[in-house]
Ligand binder design. Structure first.
Ligand SMILES: NC(=O)c1ccc[n+]([C@@H]2O[C@H](COP(=O)([O-])OP(=O)(O)OC[C@H]3O[C@@H](n4cnc5c(N)ncnc54)[C@H](OP(=O)(O)O)[C@@H]3O)[C@@H](O)[C@H]2O)c1
Length: 322
């Protein structure tokens, strides 16, 4: 089969090779891949900077949209089903294998590219907002990096759960994307966003979902109202912020970590339960993963560079069987 491998740890420009290799033989559900998702961790993997460090060479790609070729008896999907699947590695290939609990029937409303955009970002969004952030209907959520993959997913899930959303973005294109994804208000990361957020929310937001970190962290704490929660999701801004805990005491606020993969990995029932909740939001029309940029499999390096240069809008996807 045709696949992309990471063959050296030299960054997006030079780390990848298009190869012809045997199909994977691991146990699980075998999926003929039509589209594969591209995410921040794959950029880090090309530099050897991600926590998961398989021996070289390896096929990256954590999630795919495709058609089941083979499934064990009793599996929730069968040959011929359209699915979204989370395979952790191996997705940038014509055929991939995923564990049963990470394969979901793809609702008719979504195409293969949207299937490849569904699991990592939307499960993270649901986990961050609900499991970790304890979102209640009617609360106001401020979302950093709101035009990116996690950001757009968080906006859509939050809207679907009855929250009001404020998006923080850095450009006009990203403002358009955030509005398309359901932001009620959009503020600019290089403007007085903290004061705007306080004003828009009548004194302080209930939750900040933060995949960016860096130097905006302290202002995120200041943007919270009483009982507010800052949910830490990632550090695209580069630096890992530190918390002066007197701020938490003085303002009665919390900082909550949300590491989706580590939390759910050994909890298949929880993964299924979150999948069912996301299906409901797809059915109600709230969840429609926006695909910003798409490339043929052969151009995977270009796809990585979109993310690496802060240019991603919604999800970046590779077309594997166009
Ligand atoms: N905790 C978890 O379980 C979990 C799960 C999935 C992903 N993540 C993490 O979440 C983060 C976001 O992933 P994503 O897929 O949403 O990425 P993405 O689509 O590239 O979006 C990231 C956003 O971060 C903002 N940003 C601010 N400073 C940046 C910089 N120096 N370089 C790049 N982006 C910058 C950008 O928005 P503006 O330009 O508008 O500021 C960008 O849109 C990553 O760190 C990823 O590893 C965590």
């Amino acid at each position: 089969m045709k696949a992309i491998q990471i063959v050296e740890l030299s960054g997006p420009d030079t780390a990848l090779a298009l190869v012809d290799i045997p199909e994977p033989e691991a146990a699980g559900i075998v999926v003929d891949v039509h589209a594969a998702g591209v995410s921040f961790p794959e950029v880090l993997q090309t530099r050897g900077e991600y926590q998961l460090k398989p021996p070289l060479p390896f096929v990256p790609g954590s999630e795919v949209g495709g058609i089941v070729r083979r499934a064990p008896a009793g599996a929730p999907v069968q040959a011929g089903d359209r699915v979204a699947a989370f395979c952790m590695l191996g997705g940038w290939a014509e055929t991939a294998v995923a564990p049963e609990h990470f394969v979901f029937k793809l609702p008719d409303e979504l195409d293969f590219a949207q299937g490849a955009a569904l699991i990592l970002n939307y499960h993270t969004a649901y986990f961050s907002l609900v499991t970790r952030g304890q979102l209640a209907e009617g609360e106001t959520v401020l979302v950093h990096g709101a035009a990116g993959g996690v950001g757009t997913a968080t906006l859509q899930v939050a809207k679907g759960l009855g929250a009001r959303t404020i998006a923080v973005v850095s450009s006009d294109d990203k403002e358009d994307m955030a509005r398309q994804a359901g932001a009620d208000d959009v503020v600019r990361s290089d403007g007085p966003w903290k004061d705007q957020a306080k004003e828009l929310s009548g004194g302080g937001v209930d939750m900040v979902v933060d995949p960016v970190g860096g130097d905006r962290f302290t202002d995120s704490l200041r943007a919270l109202g009483e009982g507010g929660r800052l949910v830490v999701v990632g550090f695209t801004g580069g630096s890992i912020p530190e918390v002066k805990v007197n701020r938490l005491l003085l303002n009665n606020i919390s900082v909550v970590g949300a590491g989706w993969g580590a939390f759910v990995l050994k909890k298949p029932d929880l993964i299924r339960a979150h999948g069912a909740e996301i299906d409901k939001l797809i059915g109600k029309g709230f969840v429609r993963p926006p695909i910003g940029q798409r490339f043929p499999l052969e151009e995977a390096a270009e796809a990585l560079k979109v993310i690496d240069t802060r240019a991603a809008l919604g999800k970046v996807v590779l077309d594997v069987r166009p």
